[in-house]
Design a protein around this ligand. Sequence first.
Ligand code: OKP
Ligand code: ZN
Length: 340
Amino acid sequence: MRVILNSRHADHAAPGEFEAGAVIPCHEAPGRCGAIRGALEAAGGFTFEDAAQNEGCVAAVHHPAYVAYLRGASAEARHAKGGGLNSFWPTVFPFGPNPRARGAHALRGTYCFDVYTPILPGTFGAALGGASAAFRAAELVAAGAEKQVYVLTRPPGHHAEHDRCGGYCYFNNAAVAAQHLSRLGKVAVLDLDVHHGNGTQHIFYDRADVLTVSVHGDPAGLYPFFSGFADETGTGAGLGANVNVPLPPGTGPHEYRPALARALDAVARFRPEFLVLAFGADTHEADPIGGLKLPTGFFGEMGAAVRGLGLPTVIVQEGGYDLGALGASAVALLGGFEAR
Ligand code: OKP
Ligand code: ZN
């Protein structure tokens, strides 16, 4: 399988994240990409290539002012002071459209919805590298050059909305791929990260030509908390084109299997031409923040089940925070996907 890399990913490395008033090492760290790459190389059968930075690829899914903000804030972060870190950490989040929220500090909270997305000097380049890789993968699949392509990137993307970052995410890589493919036909995005893909849902919420389906831990108790409930079904022309399947904490294969079947059935009934799989390995039983109980072997079954749809597919890496489980899960999923 062809693997598109984000050669700039390590330019974004947050020194820590907030937890209960303390700062702990950030779960979303550069070692994640290395862990997956190492596991894929050991498994064999994968070829790796970089994607060139593509400045225009995010314009179709993100607000131009948000893109400009991220670019500018990353550049300014080089000169930021505070704690010895050249970075900006949003602390104030103005509610709703607020015309008084104009200054730099207010904008940091306007274009962001939580405390998990600091802006560092390399953030814009790293995030754009991921979006560029996803776009490149979509080009290959759209052209019929490959039946499936895997995008190995971080930071993840599925929490990033049209004009807000959050949840370690800045540009929505899966949405960038889906948007490009949607120029050729109907697209389904299937999100199997343990966290609800609120950003992808938000971006396509009123679209009838892009179905978003997400299977995830119940947001009543798991991040992102404000989105991912079963009664969110789309709006306007997009009514019925959003499906959320929340699962209780501790869910294992026995209960995950029928949930996945429901999600796959929703995709199949939509009759898309293309699939984007937003894959998170944080459903693994060893994951430090997910709370689900899927063993490594189940990821092979998961990959085979998704492959059963028979759709040209871009697979985009989202979360997964236990480095050992992350590599093993990706190998199992992609192996299941390729097995005939
Ligand atoms: C990103 B992706 C841990 C809190 C973590 C942010 C989670 C972002 C997940 N104490 N909160 O969906 O894997
Ligand atoms: Zn996640």
